[in-house]
Design a protein around this ligand. Structure first.
Ligand code: HSE
Length: 438
């Protein structure tokens, strides 16, 4: 059977991995796909590097548009990243009737609605397994494996860099700045680590997961995003003493009032499997009404793990590209005319539990004042820890875990607590999720 011709845009880490995996497993991949998948063209500004990787029959160019417009190319693999030129190339490829495979989570989270509408119009597939959690086939699981379920919630460790930093802080007692430096030295974090440590990368991925789980459009602008850069090592230690770990989670949940869409540091019980995901690894916990809780674990980045997802998409597209377009798996798992406009809940309406750390003078009545404020706001305390004052200090750390409440209520209570003359500084507030089966 005629081979499928692929044009690759961008020959960085993942592009290189895609080359390696396709070459090494060529025979197995052909047996699975039903025809050969051939890397016919590659485009990269670094022509020397591209030529080094290319086979003798591969056309190398510095101009990505040449690939996108080439009549022999069936599938364009976009591994350039970013939301500017990558978008132009993808839209042009779609217009030219080519299928697209992309690892570009930022582009899909921000411009996905436009890209999928164009793909639908032109009858082509846009596959994006590599965009979320690297090598973990979470897109496949949600779009196909779990299709019988009403997804109730998802909680994922979907940024390896921040998980590495949190693991280091817990294991070695390092500060955030020290752990970040270590992540940079090991090449996990970029020189500008903002996207990873401020939760933006996780928010991109969560946007995609929520869309395919609930049948809603991409709504990156509605994700509540809070990163890990302000986390103090003592909070990691106190959480540990109370039986919890702090993870940067992407959480999306169906509630009667709307869909929660949030990324933030979260206390989770240390005994949960997902709490034990360490270092740069990723894990996604999905609760479906029929299947219950399921967890997907693996490498969230890296050349070959991400290439594993890119090649899986190439095989999928190869298998399906001659199929009637109406019978392909819809891009967002739900038919395009069946997406809903279920509202995304503002963070102030989200319901969860909280870890609070207060710095208080060790005087009679301090605790009574705090608990009265919480009680007046209808907030119930689940656990409490008071630390001995350090030598020569008058102030103590008080740590409280609350039962579930609505975010606006805890915020109002915190404002009142901070006004007490016996409290110094700001109250530290970190959200807490039990992640049990309900
Ligand atoms: N920067 C991402 C992470 C990997 O640290 O998980 C690519 O999505």
């Amino acid at each position: 059977m005629k081979p499928v011709n692929v044009g690759l845009l961008g020959i960085g880490t993942v592009g290189g991995g895609t080359f390696t995996v396709l070459r090494r497993n060529q025979e197995e991949i052909t047996r699975r796909a039903g025809r050969a998948i051939v890397l016919k063209m590659i485009a990269d500004k670094d022509l020397k590097k591209a030529r080094k990787l290319a086979g003798k029959n591969t056309i190398v160019t510095a101009d990505a548009m040449e690939v996108v417009n080439h009549p022999d190319i069936d599938i364009v693999v976009e591994l350039i990243g970013g939301t500017t030129v990558a978008k132009q190339f993808i839209l042009k490829a779609i217009k030219n009737g080519k299928h697209v495979v992309t690892a570009n989570k930022a582009l899909l989270a921000i411009h996905g609605n436009e890209i999928f509408a164009a793909a639908h119009k032109h009858g082509v597939m846009v596959a994006f397994e590599a965009a979320v959690a690297g090598g973990i086939p979470i897109i496949k699981a949600l779009r196909e494996g779990l299709t019988a379920n009403r997804v109730e919630w998802i909680a994922g460790i979907i940024n390896g860099t921040s998980n590495y930093i949190l693991s280091e802080m817990r294991n070695t007692g390092a500060s955030f700045a020290e752990a970040l430096r270590q992540a940079q030295a090991l090449g996990y974090a970029e020189a500008d680590p903002t996207f990873d440590i401020e939760g933006i990368d996780a928010a991109h991925k969560l946007t995609i997961l929520a869309a395919i789980s609930f049948g809603i459009p991409m709504q990156f602008d509605k994700v509540y995003t809070e990163g890990i850069s302000k986390l103090a090592r003592e909070d990691i230690r106190y959480a540990e003493e109370l039986g919890y770990r702090i993870k940067l989670l992407g959480i999306t949940k169906r509630t009667p009032k709307g869909i929660e869409l949030r990324v933030h540091p979260t206390l989770i019980p240390a005994r949960r499997l997902i709490a034990n995901v360490e270092g740069v690894m990723n894990a996604v916990l999905v609760k479906g009404d029929a299947v219950g809780a399921t967890m997907y674990y693996g490498a969230g980045a890296g050349a070959e793990p991400t290439a594993s997802a890119v090649v899986a998409d190439l095989v999928d597209v190869t298998r399906m590209h001659t199929a009637d377009r109406k019978h392909r798996v819809p891009h967002l798992a739900f038919q395009p005319d069946a997406l809903t406009n279920t509202p995304i809940l503002p963070m102030s309406e989200v319901q969860t539990s909280y870890y609070l750390r207060l710095r208080a003078f060790d005087k009679p009545g301090v605790l009574a004042d705090i608990t009265r404020i919480l009680a007046d706001s209808g907030i119930s305390i689940d656990a409490m820890l008071q630390k001995e004052p350090s030598e020569g200090e008058e102030q103590v750390d008080i740590i409280m875990l609350t039962h579930e409440t609505v975010e606006k209520h805890i915020n109002a209570a915190i404002r009142k607590i901070e006004k007490l003359s016996t409290i110094s500084g700001k109250v530290v507030r970190i959200r807490l999720e039990e992640l049990n089966r309900n």
